[in-house]
Design a protein around this ligand. Structure first.
Ligand code: COS
Length: 380
């Protein structure tokens, strides 16, 4: 068994870490405080080949793999959860389905500028009444000559207010349940597409999260993504990979908070010595390190399964469950170690603790992950 990542992956980690420390970290606090979408950093992620990591050069990508994207996500999240979520939604949730299910023309038209960072992508699945029950979608697409006409609403769309390209789902055959849903590509500025106000969130600010409203939104027939009525399976497959991505993001946030807590514990003097010398702190640090190591091992395993072309639905759900609970525990302890300083905005662990909270909710709540795991284990 080889637990080492390869040379290329080590190179990606170093490249993204350097970039993250030099260019993302100095802006992370401002992104959180201003709640402004970081367009400049997105363009830089495109220039560095990070947005197009898993795609061939012919589609504007950098000929890497999903494992490389996972490493990049972890390194970006280590300094900015917001930018990591933006990268996840753009590449893993919007570009990936276009690459896997799109026609050659769709790849040429949409994937290339997205992978290069010339455009921003978003993914609209969740609706007011269709969260965990993703099949309960009410948004409707009706064929009309050479067009699809879409009516309905999406909520909580990450990158929504900044996006140029949206991959969304809509019912095309309402009597067929999950077998009557299709995916579509919609461009910003299409008449009938209206953006809601940006949501004020607990954390992960600057991600342009908003609702999308479709009011007789008419898109060309060729913007159907993949086969008609195959949308549910497509986004289940997309979310399997997305759950690896959100786990990487949770782990990166845990890693960032852990490093800050360790540095603080070595410097902070109380009762005449650094608090790192007290067993109360040592035990927390030991638990944090163990948690992070176990989540990273699982992350590497599931990313490897994906690269091997193995089915990894159950393992991705386990990974997301594990990594996000690890992140909660680690960030909680980081705040605890910093004490009063951990609770104020001047210290990044406060932001990381808020940011990680979404990871147990987005891309399927941890309760849905348990359901996915239990269904497979019990063969239900
Ligand atoms: N890969 C491929 N196909 C899958 C799949 C997967 N991971 N999961 C389900 N499918 C297929 C099933 O095989 C089934 O196919 P058939 O119609 O041919 O039988 C179909 O999809 C329906 O599956 P199922 O019956 O399991 O659907 P449910 O309505 O019971 O829903 C859950 C399943 C709850 C797992 C799904 O709705 C879900 O993941 N919800 C969470 C949504 C989510 O993550 N939202 C966050 C969005 S953040 S952008």
């Amino acid at each position: 068994m080889n637990f080492e990542t390869n040379d290329e992956h080590r190179m990606i980690r170093k490249m993204v870490r350097d970039f993250a420390e030099k260019e993302i970290a100095p802006l992370a606090e401002e992104i959180d405080a201003s709640d402004q979408f970081p367009h400049g950093l997105m363009r830089r992620l495109g220039e560095l080949g990070i947005l197009g990591m898993p795609f061939p050069e012919a589609y504007g990508g950098s000929d890497g793999d999903y494992f490389g994207l996972v490493i990049a996500l972890e390194e970006v999240a280590r300094v900015s959860g917001s930018l990591a979520l933006i990268l996840d939604a753009h590449t893993s949730l919007c570009c990936e389905p276009i690459y896997h299910f799109g026609t050659e023309a769709q790849r040429q038209k949409f994937l290339i500028p997205l992978a290069r960072g010339e455009k921003v992508g978003a993914f609209g699945l969740t609706e007011p009444q269709a969260g965990s029950d993703a099949g309960a979608t009410l948004t409707r697409a009706v064929r009309d000559d050479d067009a699809w006409v879409i009516n309905g609403q999406k909520v909580f769309t990450t990158n929504g207010s900044a996006a140029d390209v949206f991959v969304i789902t809509a019912k095309t055959d309402p009597d067929k349940g999950t077998r009557g849903i299709s995916s579509f590509i919609i461009e910003k500025g299409t008449p009938g597409l209206r953006l809601g106000r940006e949501e004020k969130k607990m954390g992960l600010n600057g991600t342009g999260t908003c609702a999308l409203f479709f009011e007789n939104c008419r898109i060309p027939a060729e913007n159907l993504l993949g086969a008609e009525n195959e949308g549910f399976k497509q986004f289940m497959i997309t979310l399997d990979a997305g759950r690896i991505a959100i786990a990487a993001m949770a782990l990166g946030l845990a890693q960032g908070a852990f490093e800050r807590a360790v540095a603080y514990a070595k410097e902070r003097v109380q009762f005449g010595r650094p608090i790192a010398q007290f067993q109360a702190i040592q035990w927390m640090v030991a638990d944090m390190a163990t948690d992070i190591e176990s989540a990273r091992l699982m992350l590497n395993k599931v990313a490897w399964m994906k690269e091997q072309g193995l089915r990894y639905t159950k393992e991705a759900a386990m990974l997301k469950l594990l990594a996000t609970e690890v992140s909660e525990r680690v960030c909680y302890k980081a705040v605890q170690i910093l004490g009063g300083y951990g609770y104020i905005r001047d210290y990044a662990v406060e932001r990381m603790y808020r940011d990680q909270r979404l990871c147990a909710i987005g891309e399927g709540t941890n309760e849905i992950q348990r359901l996915v795991i239990a269904r497979q284990v019990l063969e239900l």
